[in-house]
Write a protein that binds this ligand. Structure first.
Ligand SMILES: [Zn+2]
Length: 484
């Protein structure tokens, strides 16, 4: 118990530093009056935090929707079933604490990705849908903007559209996450000390940077950025600044992606090679966005594919930090999604081996069938386990209903079409959810605390049960105190 008290005390003193920087008052600081005491405290801080130096570089990884059950499920998934004890994942080795994710929203107390990302990009809890603005829709400064002000290089990498909530909340300020054209425009227009805010932009969402939105890609090119659209071009890119748009909307899941598509870890490696050229350091955000996007439709194959992709990016960041002692790596989630549970029904059993046998995600098969392809053929090519005949009849029935509705509908986002697509996807995924014994409770988000993993200088500041806003406060604190 004693050692817990010790850690708690120094975590408190750490949060006082952050709070002072943000010009808020904290009455507990009044107890520190004695000069000797404060000298001792500094020494003890160094012991508690494991370093006296703040990180020059920060790699902040966000597993979107990666609730704690996802990390546990991934441990089962990557384990050798013949081994007696279960191997820890790379995440397990660097677990520091948990984050409370609730938003500051008048109607909802479970967060979305916009409020979640704004909390750890700016240190402000806000309402669901808010991008880089507080509850009064007032612009709030982000750690990426702070890094740029201090002369560092900056990067945003995501498997989602670059205008999606998480990357958007680092480099734009709008009252609604749906204003994606405006978000892309701000990426280009908003400057800090006359320079573009983000040096490395890699992800999906090309449709927000092309003709339909003022040819932003061409404008970036004119300003000296490499503009690339596949893995080969990314590998050949030599400029310090790059805009890489690898799909029109979200990038394909790793299990479904063509070889020409860079994976999350490929984008991260490319980003690091460019950002590290700046002597003043860098801030890089890397998002595994499709963990969430797979969990919404309860697609366990997609979730495990994306957990693996996120693990590769996290492990690579850890390797980088081991070779660059001035680099802090943090990985966390904004919330959990889908209420995924490890085992369902009466059996005490979860079977990840069935998921390993799958050849495509449920979302991929749904898209293929919805686009008019033969359901039997799509299932045969995507499934690696038995698909019962009655279930195939159900898939065909749902596909037929969807076809009818799509024909009638003129609207791209017709709720009836969306609902029927969900019925089709549920029918496609039932055998793998049953065989793997995976349970789900919702198509939305859930409010449990999420895990925080960290390594490198400053990592101990992430110890314990924290507010999601503390992540930003810590990074502001690092950049304020140690950049010379
Ligand atoms: Zn979500």
């Amino acid at each position: 118990m004693k050692s817990f008290k010790h850690i708690g005390k120094y975590l408190l003193s750490g949060s006082i530093v952050a709070a002072t920087l943000l010009s808020t008052t904290n009455i507990s600081s009044a107890s520190e009056t004695n000069a000797d005491k404060s000298k001792d405290k500094n020494k003890d801080d160094a012991v508690a935090f494991g370093n006296t130096k703040n990180p020059k570089n920060v790699i902040f990884l966000v597993g979107d929707g990666m609730g704690p059950s996802f990390n546990t499920a991934y441990r089962y998934y990557q384990n050798d079933p013949s081994a007696k004890s279960m191997n820890p994942t790379t995440f397990d080795k660097y677990l520091k604490g948990t984050n409370r994710t609730y938003p500051n929203d008048p109607k909802e107390n479970v967060t979305d990705s916009a409020a979640g990302a704004t909390a750890f990009s700016s240190g402000h809890k806000t309402y669901n849908g808010a991008i880089g603005v507080d509850e009064n829709k007032k612009k709030v400064k982000t750690v990426l903007e702070d890094a740029k002000e201090k002369g560092k290089s900056t990067g945003l990498v995501s498997t989602a559209e670059l205008t999606d909530a998480t990357p958007a909340a680092y480099a734009s300020h709008v009252d609604s996450r749906d204003k994606k054209d405006e978000i892309a425009k701000q990426f280009y227009k908003d400057k800090i000390n006359g320079k573009h805010k983000v040096d490395v932009l890699l992800g999906g969402g090309s449709k927000y940077f092309g003709k339909e939105n003022g040819n932003l890609d061409e404008k970036f090119k004119k300003d000296g950025y490499d503009v690339v659209s596949n893995k080969n071009e990314l590998n050949q890119s030599s400029k310090k600044q790059v805009l890489g748009l690898f799909s029109e909307e979200d990038m394909p899941l790793q299990i479904d992606a063509p070889n020409s598509n860079p994976l999350l870890v490929d984008m991260e490696k490319s980003a690091l090679s460019k950002l590290e050229k700046n002597d003043k350091g860098f801030f890089l955000m890397v998002e595994g966005a499709s963990i969430d996007k797979s969990a919404h439709p309860n697609d366990v194959t997609g979730v495990m594919s994306e957990m693996q992709g996120f693990d590769k990016a996290f492990s690579n960041a850890i390797d980088y930090a081991k070779n660059h002692k001035d680099t802090l790596v943090v990985a966390t989630a904004d919330h959990s999604t889908g209420g995924m549970t490890i085992a369902k029904g009466k059996d005490y059993k979860w079977n990840p081996q069935a998921i390993h046998q799958m050849k495509h995600s449920g979302s991929y098969m749904t898209k293929e069938i919805a686009s008019g392809k033969d359901p039997e053929k799509v299932i045969k090519e995507g499934y690696g386990i038995d698909f019962p005949k009655e279930q195939m009849d159900k898939v065909k029935k749902e596909a037929k209903k969807l076809k009818k509705l799509t024909k009638k509908s003129k609207d791209d986002e017709d709720p009836k079409v969306e609902e029927q697509t969900t019925h089709l996807q549920d029918a496609i995924q039932k055998p793998i959810n049953d065989e793997s014994h995976t349970g789900w409770t919702t198509y939305g988000h859930t409010g449990e605390d999420v895990n925080t993993y960290a390594y490198g200088p400053g990592s101990k500041k992430f110890t314990g049960n924290k507010e999601n806003t503390d992540s930003a406060k810590n990074i502001f604190d690092f950049f304020a105190n140690d950049v010379k």
